[in-house]
Ligand binder design. Structure first.
Ligand code: DAH
Length: 335
């Protein structure tokens, strides 16, 4: 009896060692250890053994079962690693890899984020408005008379229904004041559109950042302090700003801000700004149906500048079209 069990064990081990595939290993398992398998059948036979034989045969049976199970496991592992080795045989790990080219944010987006971060430190919140606007938000509410050249069809994209593509982000000033009473302290980055001939310094769609601060007692000193701080943060402590009197329909007094580029020493016009014209507050009150923006009680400053223009100055970009041509060689310099 013992011999028979040993013979079955030896036969199983030989067979398993020769198994050439997963399927053959599995067949051996069923044959020897499966419920009807020959090793398992011995468990049944144990019952009919004489009492004094049981411990000896039982021990041998356990050992045989364990040895077969281990042999099955080992053979499976060996077949697995043979399979891996075959898969790797044709792989030359000394070949150079395929480079992964990570994408990046667009230079205008990067600058917009930087600019927004500086204003956020001064308590400005982000605001937005639609690109397709009403004439009222783009011109009338901003105190721009009907015969103003900016309203000309040759300069502005009008839609058949009378709406238009906003020519500046100043529309968001109006939308922000419609939505909430003072105090208001917002910036609004976004696209603006003009029917300009495209060349090295003009695009028909470009990006601006607008700002508005309305509260009691806001003065020109606040306007200058805020914008000087902003440009110094962005351009470095050595940057020089100059406020030059100008005219905008929606601010009074109004200024243009020039920045002196360190490289060329030339003054470049970069932004428009001024104290919100009382007529703008009145237009907003009319729309709101209240007197929340009472010009006797509140004052404010507004500003707007082109982000493309600023990016060109900051990074010495000679041609604005670089920003829309999707040339990776150009764009990847801004990471
Ligand atoms: N909207 C003007 C433009 O596109 C820029 C501007 C000037 C914005 C003065 C302002 C401002 O908020 O106060 O040229």
């Amino acid at each position: 009896m013992e011999e028979e069990l040993q013979r079955i064990g030896a036969e199983a081990l030989t067979e398993i060692a020769r198994a050439g595939s997963e399927a053959e290993v599995e067949a051996s398992r069923v044959k020897y250890l499966g419920r009807a398998g020959s090793v398992s059948a011995w468990s049944e036979r144990m019952k009919s053994l004489a009492k004094e034989e049981k411990p000896r045969i039982g021990k041998l049976l356990n050992e045989t079962r364990a040895a077969v199970a281990e042999a099955l496991e080992r053979r499976r592992a060996a077949l697995d690693s043979e399979k891996d080795a075959r898969a790797f045989a044709s792989l030359d790990i000394s070949l150079p890899g395929t480079p992964v080219r990570p994408g990046g944010l667009h230079p205008i987006t990067l600058l917009q984020d930087r600019a927004a971060a500086v204003f956020r430190r001064m308590g400005f919140a982000l605001a937005e408005g639609p690109d397709v606007e009403t004439e009222w938000h783009c011109f009338d509410a901003l105190n721009t008379p009907p015969d103003h050249p900016a309203r000309n069809e040759r300069d502005t994209f009008y839609l058949p229904d009378g709406r238009l593509l906003r020519t500046h982000t100043s529309t968001v000033q109006i939308r922000a004041m419609e939505q909430a009473p003072p105090p208001v302290r917002i910036i609004a980055p976004g696209a603006a559109y003009r029917r300009d001939e495209i060349d090295a310094t003009h695009l028909a769609q470009f990006t601006q950042m607008e700002g508005l601060y309305v509260d009691r007692g806001v003065s020109v000193a606040d306007l200058k302090g805020t914008l000087e701080f902003f440009f110094r943060e962005l351009l470095g402590a050595g940057a020089k700003c100059r406020f030059r009197p100008h005219f905008f329909p929606f601010t009074e007094p109004s200024f243009e801000i020039d920045i002196r580029a360190r490289a060329s020493g030339k003054w470049l016009e970069l932004a428009g700004c001024g104290m919100v014209d009382p007529a703008v507050f009145e237009a907003v009150n009319g729309k709101r149906g209240d007197a929340a923006y009472d010009p006797e009680e509140y004052t404010g400053f507004a500003f707007g500048f082109g982000l493309d223009r600023l990016a060109m100055i900051l990074s010495d970009v000679p041609d604005i079209r670089g920003f829309i041509e999707n040339d990776v060689r150009f764009l990847s310099q801004f990471r």
